[in-house]
Design a binder for this molecule. Structure first.
Ligand code: NI
Length: 188
């Protein structure tokens, strides 16, 4: 078991579009286990490979703790390789999001309510599912990480301006976390 440090705002790893993963990738099962361990240790409900500085199209999710409380649904742990997410219908909704790469930042984000996701699972079997509500939100948030997108990118300029101080503190490594992080300007 290895725990990776999580890269934080504005580490270049969070802005680098991730590469597709070829089938028959030897190190993949171990990397996936380590990603789960890192996410669980940090208390997150999702973690994408770019958040540990690995630019691959992969994220893991274990969101029951959130979805059960928020909308009473259970999904179990999920591994999403080379995913593609598309909205289904026009319905959108607002909810507050956070991110292990943006400690201390929580903001309301508008997202499609229902999505379709096509991906390869841990056994590299292709799957296609539809999800809605909180689980769909988590999947969209993690999918964004594979494109170099952060949830704060959706905020208006006024909200962004209010966040400047918090973001600078993250860059300077001044935010306390209970998990290992890599800050851009911190002396570590
Ligand atoms: Ni995130």
């Amino acid at each position: 078991m290895s725990i990776f440090p999580i890269v934080t705002y504005d580490h270049s790893g969070l802005r680098t579009p991730a590469e597709p993963i070829p089938e028959n990738n030897d190190g993949l099962p171990e990397f996936i286990d380590n990603l789960f361990d890192t996410m669980h240790q940090a208390g997150g409900v999702g973690l994408a490979a770019p958040q540990v500085g690995i630019p691959l199209q992969l994220f893991v999710v274990d969101a029951d703790i959130m979805t059960e409380e928020e909308d009473g649904t259970k999904h179990g742990p999920g591994v999403f390789i080379n995913p593609e997410v598309t909205p289904v219908g026009d319905e959108e909704w607002d909810a507050e999001e956070g991110c292990l790469s943006l400690p201390d930042v929580r903001e309301k984000v508008t997202r499609p309510y229902r999505i379709k996701i096509r991906y390869f699972d841990r056994e590299f079997q292709v799957r296609e599912e539809e999800h809605e509500g909180w689980y769909a939100r988590v999947l969209q948030h993690e999918f964004d990480h594979l494109k170099g997108v952060l949830f704060i990118d959706y905020l208006g300029s006024f909200r962004k301006r209010l966040l400047r101080g918090k973001l600078q503190n993250i860059i300077d490594g001044k935010v306390e976390t209970e998990y290992l992080v890599v800050a851009k300007n911190a002396d570590r």
